[in-house]
Design a protein around this ligand. Sequence first.
Ligand SMILES: [Zn+2]
Ligand SMILES: [Zn+2]
Length: 380
Amino acid sequence: MLAVGMIKGETGVHSFELPVPEIRQPDEVLIRIKEVGLDGTDFNIVRYGLEDIAEDRNEIVLGHEGVGVVEAVGSAVKSVAPGDIVAMTVRRGCGKCQPCLHNQSDMCMTGLFTERGIHKVDGLLTEFVVDQEQYIVKVPPELKRLAVLLEPLSIVEKGVEQIRIIQSRLPWFCAHPNHGWLSEQWGGCKVALVVGAGALGLLAVALLRLAKVYTYVADIVSEDHIKVHLVKDMGALYIDARTKTSEEIVEFCCTPTGELNMIFEASGAADTAIRLIPFMSRSSIYAMTGIPRGDLTIELEAAELVRRIVRYNQVIVGSVNSNRRHFEMALGHIGKINERFHSMINEIITRRLPLRDYQRAFTPGEPQHIKTVIEVEPWS
Ligand SMILES: [Zn+2]
Ligand SMILES: [Zn+2]
């Protein structure tokens, strides 16, 4: 079968042939891949030569945002059957720490995990994969055309969940008991800033707007960009970060209530990410999900920064990867997002290419481009 990834000692992305994998354990599932989304991690691996290939292998298949159809199942598999549509989580646990032993490998304590298409284990840019049942999430047939976005949405689900769990330290947030951070209508009376309007940022806006959070989005594109159109379509406000300082951005976000309650960083732009910290509001939380590449040194007024973090009860939290539960949360929201912000889901995928066009898929898109999806086998 055809596979696309990186080869040891070679630069750029390549195609190669691999044998079709077989079920060898009772808990394994053979999946025929349908669609695979590409994101910044994939592009960075290729662009900066960051491939992480297992010692006994000469290549790694890339791709970690995928949806497929079950082809066959091992004797012990109960939750899926041939013909079912499925998505797969990314990280495979270390098998040693308690989080991993409880399918929470996104919080692995040893760092000995692997990741499909990123870290040691083959990804999804191919025709068939075999995976363990515990890492497979069944997708209702009516959601199959949205399912390629489940993985990025699961990342957002985890980030927002972290925010809500941590901020439940503030049960008396506003005068409305139903606006508590863990309640159903938690978004009421709250203001958020999403940094970065790429696919992840846009999905964060969708999730926040679904909860009725008053949402601002900062990016570095002009008002006529499709990203801005989508931001506005979801009832969020756009800020061109090129025209404002970090202080002015936060000040602008504080217009409705005087406070910016949460920041969701989804750009991976280290400079912007760090420079927002000194202007965080009281008791606010800052979740970082973007991973910057390269090195950057900046000067900050450290004493004032630490003073504010302490005096204002601020929280800065990192959030990486996601587990099966976040995929299930994403399944519960993706249909609603599609219904409510119809153009968003349709327009976020700006380029669809077959697997054999992988070279083109890994080159930058048009200026109005957001997300590339590889159609390994288009839905009928
Ligand atoms: Zn672990
Ligand atoms: Zn309220």
